[in-house]
Structures are given as structure tokens and as C-alpha cells.
Write a protein that binds this ligand. Sequence first.
Ligand SMILES: Cc1cc2nc3c(=O)[nH]c(=O)nc-3n(C[C@H](O)[C@H](O)[C@H](O)COP(=O)(O)OP(=O)(O)OC[C@H]3O[C@@H](n4cnc5c(N)ncnc54)[C@H](O)[C@@H]3O)c2cc1C
Length: 644
Amino acid sequence: MSELFTEGTSIEDDKAPAGPIAERWDKRRFGGKLVNPANRRKMSVIVVGTGLAGGSAAATLGELGYHVKSFCYQDSPRRAHSIAAQGGINAAKNYRNDGDSIQRLFYDTVKGGDYRSRESNVYRLAQVSVEIIDQCVAQGVPFARDYGGLLDTRSFGGVQVSRTFYARGQTGQQLLLGAYQALERQVAAGTVEMFARHEMLELIMVDGVARGIIARDMVTGEIETHTADAVVLASGGYGNVFFLSTNAKGCNVTATWRAHRKGALFANPCYTQIHPTCIPQSGEHQSKLTLMSESLRNDGRVWVPVKKGDTRKPGDIPEDERDYYLERIYPSFGNLVPRDIASRAAKNVCDEGRGVGPGGLGVYLDFADAIARLGRDAVAAKYGNLFEMYERITGEDPFEVPMRIYPAVHYTMGGLWVDYDLQSTIPGLFVIGEANFSDHGANRLGASALMQGLADGYFVLPNTISDYLAKGPLPKIGDDHEAVVEARESVTDRIEKLLSIDGDRTPDSFHRELGAVMWEYCGMERTDAGLRKAIDRIRELRQEFWTRVKVPGENEELNQNLEKAGRIADFFELAELMCIDALHREESAGGHFRAESQTPDGEALRDDERFAYVAAWEYTGHAPVLHKENLEYEYVKMTQRSYK
Ligand SMILES: Cc1cc2nc3c(=O)[nH]c(=O)nc-3n(C[C@H](O)[C@H](O)[C@H](O)COP(=O)(O)OP(=O)(O)OC[C@H]3O[C@@H](n4cnc5c(N)ncnc54)[C@H](O)[C@@H]3O)c2cc1C
């Protein structure tokens, strides 16, 4: 493997204070420097992204009095991908008196992440979770309530308490509207300047620190320079490297990849979440997959026929010829095992030839028992919009026949490496939300992404960034500064190159092929041989891309092919790093399943002796350099995960 990467010095997070874990966040806030309100007005912060992480951060920084420039590539900040989140948001409120606590949310998250996340960060996340709900209720987010008017909760995978707050199947949308209102209030107040339909294409670094971005106005093609005292990336995840995923089509890696190329380490890129409950792919030309929220596993029962190749209609298969395999294999957690476990179990039964629907790539998610027990109205009240969505896409009514579901790429736990302050290895560059690697280890628990995004944006970043900004304001940077000129040139050169190739293949055709390679070899199951094959194929395809891609049109117009081509070029580089990361991690952990490393009953087998570390990769332009951050567990004992 030595030809693929080299190993560098180890890395550590020196920002999390020592001492009792419950006191660390308080200690850090007290230890960090502050910026007084009058000085905040003299400082500016760029926030790339207006999803739950970026929207909440920009609003809060604006409220604090900083001058904020907020960017998104959609036509409105309100259309960030966070709007798609369905099921809910976790918080350790213990409203149900079912034994929940900050300690339990912390424990569940560390265990759920297969002991590959940092204890200090996860504990803080659990602490802050309770504040998020109060903040959002105060904003008027219409969380579901029970008959008595109290906030309702439901359960998500990997836990035995009910701590997920929700707004029907539209939790992300409602939370985003809350953040958006707060953001717009600051736009009106003049603290936040909004740049919609702007795509960050490069990071500006001056004297080793992040000082701004180069962005393209996606309507006119104008290349703009924006400078500030600090830059925050809240640009979301990179699941679309697989082409088919549950992410919005626009989600991409460009913002974080450009920063990576400028020196920010990229951590655990191979940790991808494959969600067990998505509508199966229906054809070759499909370009998007649809999630069916995990919340459905509260009441839906997952099963396949006992017999291989059973093509009878589900209603014709009697009870004793059905295998409720999750309930059978994992009696303690049943249908609510974590996502990585449920996805692998679905793959296993399909590989055995017991899958249902076209190609045998599906399992049933059946609501018949819930409808009989709770009544149709109660089921509709909880999941109505999800049932409607399913029916519109498949033409089948889940009240009458079980849903058919299959695993699909959904979330990326990897991202830019950040310390406890959420600062990357580039001073002045902070990374929040799905774009960083911070809290979920090798597998994220359901309803924890919204929690992390809002924790980062409303509560963590606004407190930690002041310690950095207290050094400022930094000297102003003119457009003629050599760092700006160089960054602009690299953007314009790349655009010109993409437009000039004038080949014979569409950007999408490359993306589709790259995605197929990634799904085959770096998807639900990975092997040494497969990953090596993938790396070779990705390199060939990338070369072909740079000689054969055709990008019609000009830069000086709305040009979606140009946008796509730039993003796909970055996906190629990321894909190779993901495969190298997956290849070097010769263990299974959470969503990273190496076929060579499994227990006798087929569960992921970690190798803590060799791999209890965060793999943080440095860009070199050729073989990347691996920096290891060792993970130590003082408060949770590392064990073989069991949900049986
Ligand atoms: C279908 C679906 C359902 C989900 N349901 C849940 C759920 O119920 N609970 C849960 O906890 N999680 C859920 N998740 C995960 C969760 O929605 C995401 O992880 C989370 O919303 C990401 O938020 P974010 O703010 O980090 O990024 P995003 O919401 O993806 O926002 C990214 C922002 O960055 C901007 N951006 C990106 N690149 C650039 C660039 N180069 N230049 C300018 N702007 C840029 C975009 O315009 C956008 O504004 C779900 C995910 C999916 C796909």
C-alpha cells in the first residue's frame, strides 16, 4: 500500500480541556477569549452554506454583531438540503421519563459510532441538545405535541428511549424555516449580507490563514472575491459522489475539497452511511433515490419470505412463512437497530436470494400490525406525508401493501478535520454540520445530524470562533493581493479548461459511471481487491474526463453543465481518497464494512489495537499523507457492539 499513501506525524486536538467530561464545555467557554460588542462590528465572517448548520451560524453571528456574508448555491437559503430531513432531531430532554439523560445520549452516540468518535465532542453535543429544542420552540418551530400539549417524541435506531422530537415527516423543513427566519431578521438588520446563487470555488489563504473565498455568481458567471476575518464552511455532505443517493442533486464536495487542497486535512473520508429504508432503484436512468424516514421503523416491521425466490404477493405469504429477520436476529432492538446493522442485514437476505420486488433488491416494511393496533388515522397522523410520497413514487398504497425498501447512500460521517473549537487545520477556517467529521464516528445515529448541525451553528461555533477573532481585525486584503490574484486565476483557468475540452461525453455520464464504481467497490461491503480495482478505474475515468467531457455554453451565463463538471472533477479526487482510506482501514467499523474483518456471525469486527484513530489525510497532489489522531475512551468502555 505504500505506493498509495505515506504516513506523517500524528495529530491531536489540543482545544478540548482536560478534567471531568461534564465540565469541559464550560471550561472551554471560560478559557476562550471574547470579542467585545463594539469590536465585533469591525469584524467580518464568511459563512458558506445556509442549511441548518450554516443558517443557524450566520444568524447567530449576525445577532452577536459581526458582519456576516452568507453564501448558498440555491436561489434561496431556505432551499438548502436540510429542508429534506424528515424524521426528527434528538435531544436528551427525558420528557418521557424513560431513563434518558445526557450521559445516555452520549453513550448511545459513542457506541452507535462504533467507538470511532471523540468523547469530548460527543458529550458536548449531548449537553447542547437540550438547548436546541428550547431555542427552536422559542422560534415557533411546530414540533409535534401530545394530547396534553407537551412536545411529543418518538424512537430512532440504536436507542431504547424515545428522544426524537419531530414535526410530522418534515422536521428539517420546519427547523430550517426557524433558522431562516432568524437569518432574514439579521439580513433586515444589516448584519448579514446574503449571496444566494453563488458558488464558492476557491479558498483564499494569506500568510497561512483563511481570509476569504472566490465565488462564482451562478447567473452571470462573474467571478467575485470576498474577504473576511474568518471563513466558516457549512457546505454539507458528499454522498453524491455515489451519483445515486438520497441527497439533493446539488449536494457536492467542492467547498471542502478546495479547502482540502489548500491544506485542511480531510478526516475519515470512507465513513459513509447507507440508510436501510429507501425506495429501491427502479431503472437505469434514475438519478435520485428517495428516503423513507427511519421513523417508520417505530411501527413498520421489516421482513422477507422465508423461502428463496418466493414471488407470491406479500398478502399471500402466511405469517409462518415470513422472516422478520431484524426481530429474530436482534431481539433487544428489533426493527430499531442502527442503520449500518439494518442495511447489512437487508443486503444479506437479498444476497441469499430472499429479496423482493424487481431484481430481488428489496425487503418489506409492513404497517399491517400498526394499522390493526393503532388504527389507520393514528398511523396517517404520524406518517401521512411519507405514505403519500411513497404512493406517488411507486403507485402502491402502504396502507394496503407493505412498502418495499432497500439501502441507499445517505450521509457522510467523514469531512474536514476539526478540533474541539470546530477549527480545521487551516487557522481561521471553521467547519460545521455535515461538512466536518466531528461527532458521529463510523456510523451516525438517526436524528443526530440535525442535532449536530444546530448544535454547531447556534451554540458551539459562536462561542469558539471568538477565541480566534479576538486576534483581529486582521489587515484588509485588496483584490490585487497576490493570494487573491492566484486564487482567482486558479478558478478562471479551471473554468476555461473545462469549457475548452469540447469532448463527446456529458458530465453526468462520467458521474454516473464514477458512482457505479463507488457503489460496487466502496459501498456497503469493501474488500482489498475491490478497492484496488476501484482506485485504478477512478484514475482512468478521471483522465478520460479531462479529455472527453463536453461542457456546452459559456461561463457568462447560467450554465448547469459547467457547475456539474466542476463538482464532478472534485468528486473524482475525493473518490480516490475515499478508496485509499477504506483500503488502509483493515477493519470493519460502523458503516465501513471490510469483508475480511467480520465476526463469525457476520457483524463488523473492529481492530482497536491498530485502528482506534481518526484518519486525517493531507493533500499533496500525489500520494496523500496520513496523520493519525488517537482516540482514547475514558468514559465509555470499548466493546464489541451488540444490539442482540
Ligand atoms: C432525505 C434525507 C432525510 C434526512 N432526515 C434526517 C432527519 O430526520 N434527522 C436528521 O438528524 N438528519 C436527517 N438527514 C441528514 C441531514 O438532513 C443533513 O445531514 C443535514 O441537514 C446537513 O445540514 P448542513 O447544514 O450541514 O448542510 P446542507 O443542509 O446540505 O446545506 C449545505 C449548504 O451549503 C451550501 N453550499 C454547498 N457548497 C457550496 C459552495 N461551494 N458554494 C456555496 N454554497 C455551498 C448549499 O447551498 C447549502 O446552503 C436527512 C438527510 C436526507 C438526505
